[in-house]
Design a protein. Structure first.
Ligand SMILES: Nc1ncnc2c1ncn2[C@@H]1O[C@H](COP(=O)(O)OP(=O)(O)OP(=O)(O)O)[C@@H](O)[C@H]1O
Ligand SMILES: [Zn+2]
Length: 475
């Protein structure tokens, strides 16, 4: 395998060699489900889905764990605000997230653990850290347990910072800690927080700190050492710095590579629930189809910043439609078997780009190039080259989770049976239009065409007869 990946911990692009030959283990920090997801959250899910598909393409058996943070400061604050149990807010948002991922074709993870289901694993880790002298009970009577950052010399290595330059951790008062930067592993019960959010422990009643949750869940499902840990770049510090500190101080190898995803910004700032500058998938679906949203999120390199704009979204949609139109035309003219995804080969430029730190934009440029060649072959009547280009394009698009003819897209985009019905109705109308033209009744022919346009059907006359596409502008 020639795959290379950027590793945040070394700040360099390194050869990826899995810990266990033939397998790969991945952990992605999932959402804190305090509110419905926005498209910034979905970007990470889509980018990791492409990584996972590429690892699978390399023949690796991928164990992909993406957690759900269903207890955390922000969620408890929301519960008080809404006078609703924290778990009902968490569950409702978790379901919205699952629906969004499904509509974008994000494969389900191998497992999706919820933090609240792993309190025993978290308590075990705390006990190990206390035992090894890396954690201590707060000196006030809060019941908090802190990680001792000065007792762990590697602290700051992941984010490339020196302890003295770091800000204090916001958990608990400085007077209760050995160092203001010490962060909470466990938070003692507070009378101001919802009373259904605490567990009994040897340190009193309390709840977990966010960082501890991921260390415990990654260990439970991926083992002491695993291949790739990821999340957005905003999580490098403090979240991932703290995760790695907890796990390594406990004697675990933890992540071998750290793969971080660039932010999706709106108005020059991170799209964020906390800032309120969010756009969700429902809003985008009024402008373009889910496959086009996926294209928009998946094509820019995963470490680049995406500055959301409607114009760029629409450009992505047109780029996707060029590929989709090409593949559909090939399937219509040559038959589905001739352009079967399994017959396709990945072109060398595509593979080289994907292997070089998942250069998805270069890989997509290679797909467009094959599309152009395929279109020229079609115009020249070279059906063999047309068919093999189309199969190739399908196979490469499949790595992106974007094969236009996969049931994911044909069955959801006005799709499946419905698409067949629509096709039959459009064909009938076009026959009437042809008949009108044959009897030189151009007024009727124009009316029929205008009616199709008004219904969102674009008709193009080609040497092989009329072709149509559906406009999905829902307004
Ligand atoms: N605007 C964004 N662009 C890309 N990734 C994001 C964005 N916002 C959050 N993420 C990623 O989504 C995942 C879940 O994040 P989490 O629920 O902690 O969100 P958050 O940062 O608290 O969101 P918010 O700031 O909207 O409250 C993390 O991997 C995080 O890095
Ligand atoms: Zn995490």
């Amino acid at each position: 395998m020639n795959l290379r990946l950027h590793d945040t911990s070394t700040r360099s692009v390194r050869d990826f060699t899995p810990r266990v030959s033939g397998a790969a283990s991945l952990y992605l920090c999932g959402l804190t489900v305090q509110a419905p997801p926005h498209i910034g959250h979905l970007r990470g899910g889509v980018n990791y889905d492409v990584l996972r598909r590429w690892l699978t393409h390399h023949g690796l058996d991928v164990n992909f764990v993406r957690n759900v943070t269903d207890i955390d400061d922000k969620l408890l604050a929301k519960a008080l605000e809404q006078d609703r149990p924290f778990w009902s807010i968490a569950y409702a948002n978790e379901r919205l997230l699952a629906a969004d991922y499904a509509s974008l074709g994000v494969l389900e993870p191998t497992y999706e653990p919820r933090a609240t289901g792993h309190i025993p694993e978290m308590l075990t880790l705390i006990a190990e850290l206390i035992e090894k002298g890396h954690a201590y009970l707060a000196s006030d009577d809060s019941g908090d347990v802190y990680f001792d950052v000065r007792g762990f010399p590697e602290y700051g290595a992941l984010s490339g910072q020196r302890i003295d330059h770091m800000q204090a951790a916001p958990d608990g008062p400085d007077r209760a800690k050995r160092d203001p930067r010490d962060f909470a592993l466990w938070k003692g019960e507070k009378p101001t927080e919802p009373q259904n959010a605490f567990w009994d422990t040897p340190y009193g009643r309390g709840r977990p700190g966010w960082h501890l949750e991921c260390s415990a869940m990654a260990r439970r499902y991926l083992g002491d050492t695993f291949d790739i840990h990821g999340g957005g770049m905003d999580l490098v510090f403090p979240h991932h710095e703290n995760e790695v500190a907890q796990s390594r101080a406990a004697g675990l190898g933890f992540a071998r590579y750290w793969v971080h995803i660039g932010m999706l910004n709106l108005g020059g700032e991170k799209m964020s629930k906390s800032l309120g500058n969010v756009i969700d998938l429902t809003a985008l679906r009024k402008l373009v189809r889910p496959a086009e949203v996926r294209y928009y999120l998946a094509v820019p390199h995963y470490r680049s910043v995406i500055d959301y704009s409607e114009a760029a979204l629409k450009e992505s949609a047109s780029a996707y439609r060029r590929i989709e139109g090409f593949v559909r035309r090939a399937a219509e003219r040559l038959g589905a078997d001739e352009v079967h995804v399994d017959r396709g080969v990945l072109c060398a430029d595509f593979t080289a780009a994907m292997d070089e730190d998942l250069n998805t934009s270069a890989a997509m440029a290679a797909i467009h190039e094959v599309t152009r060649e395929g279109n020229s072959a079609a115009d020249a009547g070279n059906d063999k080259a047309f068919g093999s280009a189309a199969a190739s394009v399908r196979r490469m698009m499949d790595v992106f989770g974007l094969d236009p003819l996969s049931p994911q897209w044909t069955e959801t985009d006005g799709g499946g049976d419905l698409r067949g019905t629509l096709d039959a109705l459009v064909a009938m109308t076009l026959e009437q239009r042809q008949a009108a033209r044959a009897r030189r009744d151009y007024a009727t022919s124009d009316v029929l065409r205008d009616q199709l346009t008004a219904a969102g059907v674009q008709v193009e006359d080609t040497p092989h007869g009329p072709r149509w596409t559906y406009e999905t502008q829902k307004g």
